[in-house]
Design a protein around this ligand. Sequence first.
Ligand code: G1P
Length: 319
Amino acid sequence: MGYFRLGGKDRMDRVKLQGLSAVGEEPLRICKAVIPVAGMGTRFLPITKSVPKEMLPLLDRPVIQEVVEETVRSGIRDIVLVTGMGKSSIEDYFDISPHLESFLAKSNRKKLLERVRDISRFAEIASVRQKEPMGLGHAILCARNFVGNEPFGVLLGDDIIDSDVPCLSQLIHVFEKVGRTVIALQEVPPEEVDRYGIIEGEMVEPGLYRVSRLVEKPSPGEAPSNLAVIGRYILPPAVFGIIDSLDPGAGGEIQLTDALDRLAADEGVFGLVFDGLRHDTGNLLGFISANIHYALKDPDLGPRLRSYIEKRLEQDDDL
Ligand code: G1P
């Protein structure tokens, strides 16, 4: 059973994968996305005592803005943030700021004013609160009423992906062909498998896997592969009932990976090795690397940063 709407035409031409019949059916459009931002950010203490990790900067914008922009560039404007205690500055950031806007208007700083206004305009952002930190699966379940009975996107804020075609769009494209759950995958070094959800699967097209099993944060000995789930997902509404029935898994938390494992057995899950450069901004090295990456790409900042780094490396002995 795929998530298709009856009545479409020419679908069969686009559904090339064996064993999937979508004759006369059209996949449901993905209109909503869930972005969980409730995590406590313990890897960034002490700053996360009072600043949500999602508000840490990627140059002059918070990390969360990059994720919201990827969602919008993928054609989705209805977004729900699953927040937790101490996260209200994220909601404020995407709200209008009348005081700041009138100050910028009075001082005639038009470009800055437009930039500030755009942030509250480019998406419809709602929020729900996860009252207890019970894991990623539970955070997704908190968005059940917002999502309703349709497939939806999920983006995890730690994973920042630079690509020509937004990563979520790449998954939506596969979803339109297969009508089932689609997750983003990346190969990771064997010694890092215990940081991720890891899949077992069979390649059905270059870069596309039919997933048969998933394990959350396995030890290198237990890992079925080194293909890791990266924080982008297209999920069916059936995932909510599955999550609701789960017992706590790895780390004593309700794990999305366990729900995906069930979906793989029940109706099929596909994994796409996406095109793009990913940074894990949830750890200090990844966060700094992401900032250097985007700064080097910036036409104004890039050349000056490059020459600073070169000079600094020449003086390596003094470091
Ligand atoms: C979460 C998921 C994990 C996934 C990872 C991707 O883990 O539980 O399956 O591989 O995101 O970044 P977390 O990083 O929240 O521990």
